[in-house]
Each structure stands twice: as C-alpha cells, then as structure tokens.
Design a protein around this ligand. Structure first.
Ligand code: OGA
Ligand code: MN
Length: 295
C-alpha cells in the first residue's frame, strides 16, 4: 500500500489496495485508519465497488448510518446522489433531484444536522459526467489552526445550531419535505471538534448551521458566513475530478466539501455510505453542557 499526497497539507491517494482487502485485513485497516485520522481525505482509484464492498469497508470504521425512508436515501445504508429520474432519464433542472444536487454544492459537512453526526463519508462514482461534477474539499483543521488565538478561543467556547431544512431552504423554500423536517429537528454542537487520536482541533461548520448559541439570528448567520469564507479561501482546496471506479472518503470532523456543477444534461450517479461518530471519535466532547446534563 502506498500513500501519495494530493496536496502538501492534507488529502492523500491510497494506492495498491482494494476496499475489499482493507475490509478483510486488520493490518491494512489500521494503516488506512491512521491515514484517515492524519490526512482527512483519502482517494482510492480504479476500485470495482459494488454496494456490498462499499458497506463492508464502511463497517470497518464504525456504525453505518441508516437513511430514514422518505429522505434522499431509499431507506437502508445507501444515499444515492443522482440526476436520473425513475424513468432512467436525466431530470429537468427544477426537479427535486436537481435541486438537491444544488444544495450539495454549498460548503458543508455531512449529517451535522443529525442527533448522531457523521465521522466519515464514503462516496463512490458509478456514472460520472463528461464535464465538471467534481467534489471539492477544504480542511477545517488547517483553517482553525490558521485563526488568531482570540478567535480560536472564542470558537472553543461557542455552539452552533444545525438544521437540515436551513441548508435545503437556501435552494428552495420547501426542498426539505415535512417528513424530513420531522426526522431532523435542529441540533446544537460545539464549533470545534478535537480529534482524540492526535489532539488536533478543527472548526465544525456546515451549510446546515443556522445560528450561534447566544447570538442574535442575523449576527450568528453573519459569523457563520465569515467563518465559511475564512475556511474556504482560494488555493486551500483539493478538488477531486471523478473517474468511474473512484472512491473518496473524508473526515466530517475536520473538512468541509461541496459538489461542483456540471451540465444538467449529463448523467451522474454517486453512492454514499456514512459512518456515525462515536465516543471514541470525540463525539461526547461536542455536546453543549446543557444537553450533557439532560442526558
Ligand atoms: C456528498 C456530497 C457532493 C458531490 O456525497 O455528501 O456532498 O459532488 N457530494 O456529489
Ligand atoms: Mn455532502
């Protein structure tokens, strides 16, 4: 197995192994897990990934998320990001699927709106468009480490509210369905996630963030926008240009990502699995003190 940097500061390509072998081999898994903790984004090329292999690989890292029926998944462990309609044809630009793809093009981290947020996401390319449609990543760990000490300290004592309907509402008012609103009421997290393996801290933020505890709504939103801009400065990202068979895995505690646009007439089909965060991943440190007391 070889580890090849994608950028000098974060992200690596893992060569010479398949997901199936990693899933079946403790030593390989341990090496990949260490790379995940250290480099935040892992790229695997030329994988022959079907849903079974992807899920077996996902399970090595923790509990796979279950996607509630009626949301963008179809129940079960897989989220399908696609612009294919039920008839197998590419959908119109105002179709729900197309609008959801647009919501994915806002900087975010996955599942921050859930009561158990995500440790990792694993995205595999099944059908890729000819032009565009990449996925772009930034390190919110490196962003946090670049902030002045006073801002770091403020963030370490700050909590943000995350709401699924908020990010979807930026694209279309009712893009989050009533069932989704019920499934995902707003949740509150510390704005800094400390990695318990290496002690490094990262800004924890997403397009789902709709307010900052103790701040007036507009001021909180302005602070969130400012932090998003600071974390996504030009020249700080890695953009993955997809080829069929690629799999990218990222650490939702230490990165943000966004999909990039592509011509709406070109088909794209990606399958995502997601690992829920656990106490060992530092989750307990993320809960606001009030919530900890209530539990
Ligand atoms: C995701 C996501 C963006 C893309 O799978 O979580 O945001 O480019 N994907 O498909
Ligand atoms: Mn995402």
């Amino acid at each position: 197995m070889d580890i090849v940097p994608l950028r000098p500061d974060f992200g690596v390509e893992i060569r010479g192994v398949t997901l199936a072998r990693i899933a079946a081999d403790d030593a390989l898994y341990n090496a990949v897990r260490a790379a995940f903790e250290e480099h935040s984004v892992l790229v695997f090329r030329g994988q022959d990934t079907d849903n079974d292999v992807q899920l077996a690989f996902t399970r090595r890292f923790g509990e796979p998320e279950i996607v509630p029926v009626g949301t963008s998944g179809m129940g079960g462990h897989f989220i399908t990001l696609t612009n294919f309609g039920k008839d197998g044809k590419v959908v119109a630009p105002d179709h729900r699927y197309a609008l959801r793809n647009k919501a994915n093009q806002l900087w975010h981290t996955d599942s921050s709106f859930k009561t158990t947020p995500a440790l990792a996401s694993i995205l595999s390319a099944r059908v890729v468009p000819e032009h565009g449609g990449g996925t772009e990543f930034v390190s919110t760990r490196l962003a946090f480490e670049s902030f002045p000490a006073a801002l770091q300290q403020r963030l370490e004592n700050s909590f943000a509210w995350h709401n699924y309907a908020h990010s979807k509402g930026k694209i279309a008012k009712d893009l989050a369905s009533p069932a989704e609103r019920d499934a995902f009421p707003p949740v509150c997290w510390r704005m800094v996630w400390r990695n318990p393996v290496n002690g490094r801290k990262a800004l924890y933020l997403a397009s789902h963030a709709c307010g900052v505890e103790g701040m007036a709504e507009q001021a909180g939103l302005a602070f969130i926008d400012e932090l998003t801009d600071l974390s996504t400065k030009q020249g700080t990202s890695y953009e993955h240009a997809w080829k069929p068979g690629d799999v990218v895995m990222w650490d939702n505690r230490a990165t943000m990502h966004r999909g990039r646009p592509w011509p709406g007439t070109e088909p794209r089909l990606m399958v995502r699995t997601t690992v829920s965060a656990s106490a060992a991943d530092g989750l307990e440190t993320m809960r606001p003190p009030k919530q900890q007391a209530a539990e």
